[in-house]
Ligand binder design. Structure first.
Ligand code: SF4
Ligand code: SF4
Length: 427
């Protein structure tokens, strides 16, 4: 590997170095408790998926360039200059990590391996070894942001079609999907596709909310790719829209990583406090039900229902109770998985891994714990508020013949609402 590439990689690590990271890189005692927490290691018993091993690769570079002992006695202190073989291993262990942070909750020192792998991604990108597919998807999102006019008419036509469906469902000829409405209270940021817009639009209309739909989608492949600059440019699209419209809050659809980007990372990237708050759509729906702004039938979902805590919403986002309260309010036979909340098993589909074919094998194997959990509940319906998790669990559903109906939480809510129209949400 040439000297200039190594210097660039070390420069990237240096730019990210702070006390917290240094501590994480220094204090691992190799107890290996984290191995039983990682769904990928449990499924494969492959050392490259052991959380501490994933971090060890970055530690070897750190010791070589940031510690005196590693600099002068590299063999004794396990310090290593990066080479192509090391980058191969770093690539596989890093881009396979779903960022679920389950290992952090089991590590006695709470070492945040997902944070460490996010820095490994930045180093890989600096060496020209970032994942190509995620990079291309991120660039496509940035292109759409830069050329919004090109997509304007077809996007608005799509929204108008969904608006017609909202009117058919609610029986309200005045129900609407506003776009670009100045002074609305809420900017709702959906994913691409009617499934992410229709149920929310029904709920906002029935609640009499002051809202407007974002022209842009919430998905952020720059975040999965591991490039905060690209991730910020993608999130800029709707954050700038929110500022321009003067909304009081940005509400993110049922999507885990998009919620974290907007709520937890964006202000730090932008180095600026936003003039609005950010909430997840399930926080808003829970509030509407509890305040009586929407009516739901308490016995609407007769089947046994369980709930999957997406890692980016639950363990990493802190939203555990609102989705459960919503589901309990419409499904009397609700059964939680074991373990749940911050100990919930990752489904195996996060971190952008569903978009990277090369990891299909480990991805499907690593869903084994989730399959066991779901089976043990005896549920036939899975409420699941994250698109990546739904993609993964849909595949697990087929492979393992689980016979599950996998539904976004807001879609279940709409099923439970006594609407006056003729059309159902799944038509
Ligand atoms: S549990 Fe924590 S301290 Fe133990 S090996 Fe894993 S990362 Fe290191
Ligand atoms: S964050 Fe999740 S996938 Fe990554 S090492 Fe930890 S447990 Fe494994």
């Amino acid at each position: 590997m040439d000297k200039q590439t190594i210097e660039t990689m070390v420069g990237v690590l240096d730019a990210r170095m702070n006390r917290q990271l240094k501590e994480y890189l220094d204090i691992c005692v190799r107890c290996a408790i984290c191995k039983d927490a990682c769904h990928q290691y449990v499924a494969t018993q492959d050392m490259k998926y052991l959380p501490a091993r994933r971090a060890e690769l970055l530690r070897e570079i750190y010791r070589k360039y940031f510690t005196k002992t590693g600099q002068f006695l590299p063999d004794l202190y396990e310090a290593r200059e990066p080479d192509e073989n090391m980058l191969d291993e770093l690539y596989e262990s890093t881009y396979a990590c779903t960022g679920c942070r389950r290992c952090t909750f089991y590590c006695p020192f709470s070492i945040d391996t997902a944070w460490i792998t996010s820095i490994s991604k930045a180093i890989l990108i600096a060496a020209g070894r970032g994942n190509e597919m995620l990079g291309q998807l991120a660039d496509a999102e940035i292109f759409k942001g830069d050329n919004a006019e090109m997509f304007h008419d077809s996007t608005i036509d799509g929204f108008k079609d969904i608006e017609t469906q909202v009117r058919e469902m609610t029986g309200n000829p005045n129900a609407e999907i506003p776009v670009d409405r100045q002074g609305a209270d809420i900017l709702y940021v959906a994913l691409a596709g009617a499934h992410s817009i229709l149920p929310a639009a029904v709920i906002f209309n029935e609640a009499g909310a002051s809202w407007t739909l974002s022209f842009f989608e919430s998905a952020n492949y720059g975040f999965f790719f591991g490039d905060p600059a690209k991730a910020k440019l993608i999130a800029d699209r709707f954050m700038n829209e929110a500022k321009r419209l003067g909304v009081k809050e940005v509400v993110i659809t049922e999507c885990g990583h998009a919620y974290r980007v907007a709520e937890m990372f964006y202000e730090a990237w932008a180095k600026e406090k936003m003039p609005f708050r950010v909430r997840h759509i399930l926080e808003v729906i829970d509030e509407y039900i509890k305040e009586g702004r929407i009516t739901v039938d308490a016995a609407a979902i007769a089947e046994r229902v369980t709930y999957h805590d997406p890692c980016q919403i639950g363990r990493n986002g802190g939203i555990f109770e609102q989705p459960r309260d919503i589901v309990r309010s419409i499904a009397p036979d609700f059964v939680d998985m074991t373990p749940n909340r911050d100990k919930q098993w990752c489904c195996g589909g996060g971190g952008g891994i569903v978009a990277m074919e090369e990891f299909n094998d480990v991805r499907l194997k690593s869903g084994g714990k989730k399959v066991e959990q779901i089976r043990a509940t005896g549920a036939s319906v899975l409420a699941c508020p994250c698109e990546n998790c739904r993609l993964q669990i849909n595949e697990l559903n087929e492979v393992h013949d689980l016979g599950l109906r996998i539904v976004p939480v807001m879609e279940l809510v709409v099923e439970a609402m006594p609407l006056l129209g003729t059309r159902s949400v799944t038509q």
